[in-house]
Design a protein around this ligand. Structure first.
Ligand code: ACO
Length: 322
């Protein structure tokens, strides 16, 4: 029987930091409002680095943490909603930039849940016997989809990338993964591609930006995150006492507070780094896991659940022994 495990993690964020007070220079907002409603103090934004550049930096860190030769990697999946090109995908260009020849590489889009979806795919591809070591990356330059005149959304997002090497294992470390979708017909959270109109007459295509019904998304998030964690605990016959920590998608500290309260899990077990990065979409979970490892919050042998929700609407969670 083939099992899987995390061999190494890495992350990278662009150097430029935008503090809450910096935002009040171009929208009517203030540090107090942003921090008290979201837990965000600052976010990193790209001033030129592409989604590929961020993915590459995170990947090289994960490869060196895993202590593997990059040529052992036989599969790359990048989760992103901000691919630099419609095609080729970030994963294909990442393969070339890492100089790994001829392996399987592709992108997926499940918004902020994308990394958990990618984890589920590689887990099954390795357990199926076809692949041995996969690189998965969540990489986003979400600020390129941000409407910097909309205070309801522009205060929330940041750029960054997180990566993980997943490999074959003799022990069952990546124990269970669940994902789900509830098509967003009410358009609670979206960013539209240019409309299909007569290409001769309407030849100007403009990039849309993120639209969000914040309060409705908040309700969805605070329902689906506890549901996902509870489902994983029930499916695996464990209780919250068996878990060392929960590493949740960092969208809003109040969403994490409310989820922890409903799950009756101590906030000390919930990893938090939203204050430094804001919501980095598919990069949020792997950045948080990497930082949890680097700071000693997540230790070898610890059991944890990682959980996310996002546009789609999508959700996902994984029960893992590190
Ligand atoms: N600064 C100051 N005031 C603001 C700001 C701001 N940046 N933004 C909104 N306000 C105002 C609103 O205009 C409103 O004023 P009004 O009462 O006069 O109309 C007031 O503050 C309250 O606004 P609410 O939207 O009710 O504030 P809420 O407490 O719901 O917080 C928030 C808003 C932070 C967006 C919250 O709803 C939330 O976090 N929702 C979930 C967001 C999320 O997780 N999105 C996931 C995106 S992931 C992806 O896939 C891209």
């Amino acid at each position: 029987m083939i099992f899987t495990e995390i061999l190494g993690t890495g992350s990278y964020t662009p150097k430029k930091v935008l503090k809450n007070d910096d935002l009040s220079e171009f929208v009517e907002t203030n540090n107090e409002w942003i921090y008290s409603r979201t837990g965000i103090e600052e976010r990193h934004i790209s001033t030129g680095e592409s989604t590929l550049d961020l993915a590459y930096e995170a990947s090289t860190r994960a490869i060196s943490a895993a202590k593997i030769n990059k040529n052992e990697i036989d599969l790359i999946i990048v989760a992103t909603v901000t691919s630099d090109y419609a095609f080729p995908g970030v994963a294909n260009l990442l393969q070339a930039k890492l100089d790994i020849k001829g392996i399987t590489a592709f992108d997926i889009n499940a918004a902020c849940s994308g990394f958990i979806y990618a984890l589920q795919i590689v887990d099954k591809m390795i357990k199926g016997g076809g692949f041995k070591k996969a690189l998965i990356v969540g990489s986003e330059t979400l600020t390129r989809l941000t409407d910097w005149s909309d205070r309801n959304t522009c205060v929330l997002f940041g750029d960054g990338a997180g990566a993980m090497i997943i490999g074959e294992s003799k022990e069952n470390k990546i124990v269970d993964i669940i994902t789900g979708s509830q098509g967003d017909v009410d358009m609670l959270l979206y960013c539209k591609n240019p409309e299909l109109k007569d290409p001769i007459i309407n030849h100007i295509s403009r990039q849309d930006h993120i639209h969000m019904k914040g309060a409705e998304v908040f309700k969805f998030a605070t329902r689906i995150m506890p549901y996902t964690v509870t489902s994983l605990m029930e499916r695996n016959n464990i209780t919250k006492d068996d878990l060392n920590c929960i590493i949740a998608h960092q969208a809003n500290k109040r969403i994490i507070d409310k989820s922890a309260k409903d799950l009756k899990i101590d906030m000390e077990k919930m990893y938090l780094n939203i204050n430094k990065y804001g919501n980095t979409s598919a990069a949020s979970v792997p950045i948080a896991i990497d930082e949890a490892v680097k700071t000693g919050f997540l230790k070898k042998g610890d059991k944890f659940i990682t959980v996310a929700f996002g546009g789609g609407l999508t959700w996902g969670g994984a029960y893992i022994e590190f």
